[in-house]
Unconditional design. Structure first.
Length: 223
């Protein structure tokens, strides 16, 4: 039986199928097995793209291993939840830094028509259940190849239900996730045209410009 499986696997490999990826390497610090950079980044992208609960992440990987490999993962192939959590935090910081470099090369720079390129935000409240009100903030950003994209900044719990409270949250997440050199080039926002939503965008813009002026930046005079 093993010989037949070996022949079958050999034929599949010869026809172009690949062997399972090498997902781990040996750490130079403690000589223990650890995820390769490539593997950790693939897991990180899966985690953030599909909003998977970290507590269920290894179980999902095991299910896919059974589907693709025909066997469950062994204990040595699993990464602990603290390990995954630390990897994902590290990669989120790297992602944010890389995004800031792409932003600096785009926003505030002149377009082919001579106008500065601005970024815009989309905000709205969403309800999940009777008492769980969330405030979503997205902004326009850029892929490394120059194509436009949307970046989700937060879907956190709404602080208050009024325009000023939402604007405070908007400015907080913008200052956290947008590079300081790009921050002033906010061009406005898209809303559902409700009066409170329009007031929220106005308040966000005014707070951001006030912050720039108070911190000695002359970019608030751009407007």
């Amino acid at each position: 039986m093993q010989l037949l499986r070996w022949i079958s696997d050999g034929r599949r490999y010869s026809s172009g199928e690949q062997m399972p990826r090498k997902t781990h390497t040996i750490s130079k610090a403690n000589f223990q097995k650890q995820l390769t950079d490539e593997s950790s980044y693939m897991l990180y992208k899966t985690y953030i793209s599909y909003d998977i609960s970290l507590s269920k992440f290894n179980g999902l990987l095991n299910s896919f291993a059974a589907y693709f490999l025909g066997r469950p993962l062994s204990m040595k192939e699993f990464s602990s939840l603290p390990t995954l959590r630390n990897w994902f935090k590290r990669l989120a910081i790297i992602d944010r830094y890389k995004q800031s470099l792409d932003d600096i090369e785009t926003f505030g720079q002149k377009s082919p028509h001579g106008f500065p390129v601005l970024y815009f935000i989309i905000t709205d409240d969403t309800k999940h259940g009777k008492h769980d009100t969330r405030h979503a903030v997205l902004r326009t950003s850029i892929y490394p190849d120059g194509k436009p994209r949307y970046s989700v900044l937060t879907s956190g719990i709404a602080v208050t239900k009024d325009a000023k409270g939402n604007a405070n949250l908007n400015v907080e997440v913008l200052m956290k996730h947008v590079h300081s050199l790009v921050l002033p080039y906010l061009g406005g926002g898209t809303v559902d045209n409700a009066g409170s939503a329009r007031a929220e965008i106005d308040e966000t813009f005014n707070q951001l410009m006030t912050h720039q002026e108070e911190n000695g930046s002359d970019l608030h005079e751009f407007y």
